[in-house]
Design a protein. Structure first.
Length: 255
């Protein structure tokens, strides 16, 4: 079986772009399930797993290396900006599981001033609850959704208290406890939504543990709808809509 999944047809690229960031294990069956769940939900966007790691033998290095995090966040930002230059006004989403959730926030925080993507989904993010993600919020048009679960105490509680989080803290993670939002303004709160574990997730095979976040049925029924919700005004400007708008402007000018 192929190690990663890329669904990058021209038709899909013209609709939007989803980048999936795996945890510290790297591209694997765990994150391939995210893409499969999105495809099962008929999400029309291009999709790609971006493996920012050196794979599972170096998991601890992947978790703690600031050099790796900085280099990969830069590469991701370049990938986003390149897509936006070729396909303007299309929605871009980041979906990060575990360590990939941390990389999602690192990537957003470093985007150029005035640059943004549609939104980001954090699935059991391996970041400390006190991480200041306000700069990241400035670079999303819609929201950052943080799916968390108290049931993920083994990986995002015990393990990260001993080995550390992506942002270098020895503590349980926001993917278990949620983020500390006391510092957020009302405007910033409008761009952040905490998604704590719900018993309804059991029906979709998310049983509160670390790998339930990527269950295809959970992705299909709970994550994909967030990506398909009402687009921003900029996102709604497809080629066809832009052409119609241009014709209207020309007609008004003539009149």
């Amino acid at each position: 079986m192929e190690k990663t999944i890329k669904v990058l047809t021209e038709e899909r690229l013209r609709q939007g772009y989803v980048i999936v960031l795996p945890g510290i294990e790297g591209a694997s069956w765990i994150n391939r399930r995210i893409v499969r769940g999105l495809l099962a939900a008929d999400v029309p966007y291009a999709m790609e797993i971006h493996d920012w790691t050196y794979n599972w033998p170096l998991m601890l290095y992947n978790l703690r290396s600031r050099r790796l995090h900085t280099a990969q966040a830069t590469e991701l930002r370049e990938k986003i900006l390149d897509y936006q230059s070729r396909y303007p006004n299309r929605p871009v989403y980041l979906i990060g599981h575990s360590g990939g959730g941390g990389m999602t926030l690192e990537t957003l925080a470093g985007l150029p001033q005035g640059t943004s993507i549609a939104g980001a989904v954090l699935l059991g993010a391996a970041m400390s609850p006190g991480y200041d993600f306000r700069v990241a919020l400035q670079h999303v048009d819609r929201k950052i959704w943080n799916f968390s679960s108290w049931g993920d105490f083994l990986f995002l509680g015990l393990f990260t208290t001993v080995a550390g989080t992506i942002d270098g803290r020895m503590s349980p993670c926001a993917g278990m406890l949620g983020f500390n939002c006391q510092q957020l303004t009302n405007e910033e709160r409008g761009k952040y939504e905490e998604m704590p574990y719900r018993l309804e997730y059991c029906r979709d095979l998310h049983l509160a543990g670390h790998f339930g976040f990527t269950a295809p049925r959970f992705i299909r029924n709970w994550v994909a709808p967030l990506l398909m919700a009402c687009p921003t005004a900029a996102e709604a400007l497809t080629d066809e809509a832009t052409e119609r708008l241009s014709r209207r402007i020309v007609n008004v000018s003539v009149i």
